[in-house]
Design a protein around this ligand. Structure first.
Ligand code: FAD
Length: 109
C-alpha cells in the first residue's frame, strides 16, 4: 500500500474523522504533500489533541509547529532522536512495522 509506506497511516482511515495528515519539510520538498501541509516554523502551527510523529527527528523548526499538541506520540527507529524529548509517548520502532496496526486501531475507533 504505497500511501501507507509514505505516511505510516493510510489517509483513507483518517478521512471523515476529526484528524488530518501533515508533513515535515523533507516530504514537502520531495513533493509528497503540498506546502500547505507543512508543520513547523515555516508552515502550520497546530494544536491537536494527539500529534502522531512518524519518523520525525525533532528538529527545532518542526517542533515549533507542533509543540502545543496535548499529546505527542513518536515512532522513530533512533532511540536518541530528539523528538523523544518532546513526546509524551514514544516507540523505538520502524514505522513500516507498526503502520498497519495503527491503521487498524484507527479504523476500529
Ligand atoms: C529556516 C528553516 C526553516 C525550516 N522550517 C521547517 C518547518 O517549518 N518544518 C519542518 O518540518 N522543517 C523545517 N525546517 C527543516 C528542519 O530543520 C529539519 O530539517 C526537518 O524538520 C527534518 O524533518 P524530518 O524530521 O522529517 O527529517 P529528518 O531530520 O531527516 O529525520 C528523519 C527521522 O526519521 C527516522 N526514521 C527513518 N526511517 C524510519 C523508519 N522506517 N521508521 C521510524 N523512523 C524512521 C530517523 O531516525 C530520523 O530521526 C527548516 C529549516 C530551516 C533552516
Amino acid at each position: 500500500m504505497p500511501t501507507c509506506r509514505v505516511f505510516g497511516i493510510h489517509p483513507a482511515s483518517i478521512s471523515g474523522r476529526d484528524a488530518a495528515t501533515a508533513a515535515s519539510r523533507p516530504l514537502i520538498d520531495a513533493g509528497w504533500m503540498p506546502k500547505t501541509r507543512l508543520v513547523g516554523k515555516s508552515g502550520l502551527k497546530v494544536k491537536p489533541k494527539v500529534y502522531l510523529a512518524l519518523a520525525i527527528s525533532g528538529a527545532p523548526e518542526h517542533i515549533e509547529g507542533m509543540k502545543s499538541a496535548a499529546t505527542i506520540i513518536a515512532v522513530n527507529t533512533d532511540k536518541h532522536a530528539p523528538i523523544f524529548n518532546f513526546a509524551h509517548y514514544g516507540m523505538v520502532a520502524d514505522l513500516f512495522e507498526v503502520c498497519e496496526e495503527l491503521t487498524e486501531a484507527i479504523e476500529d475507533r
